[in-house]
Design a protein. Structure first.
Length: 107
């Protein structure tokens, strides 16, 4: 299983320029102004494909375009992936450094 997560700011969204998205996959993604249209993370267009940051502004609002607005969807995505992949969220000293944001158990 392959999981791609793109989180970036200050660029123009154009799904057609993401080379790892093949044309068959792109056909299944509804877009408006080259941005994906979906309702929150769990109702994403394709299994294993997640949009956060500016690409998720249609679902999460304009604040998603800023790093400040990434906290909620990133936490939500991390929890979802931990459940999906069968991993536990870390709570102790084995976690990643706190300056990296959220802490997850290394496998």
């Amino acid at each position: 299983m392959s999981i791609h997560v793109i989180l970036a700011t200050a660029y123009r969204i154009d799904l057609g320029r993401l080379s790892f998205l093949n044309s068959l996959l792109l056909v299944g993604i509804r877009c408006e102004n080259n941005m994906p249209i979906f309702q929150r993370m769990m109702k994403r267009p394709c299994r294993g494909l997640y949009f956060v940051g500016p690409a998720s502004a249609n679902a999460y609002g304009r604040v998603a375009r800023l790093l400040f607005g990434a906290k909620h969807p990133n936490r939500y995505l991390a929890r979802h992936l931990a459940r999906t992949l069968g991993r536990k969220m870390a709570t102790g000293s084995e976690s990643l450094p706190s300056h990296l944001g959220y802490r997850y158990e290394r496998s």
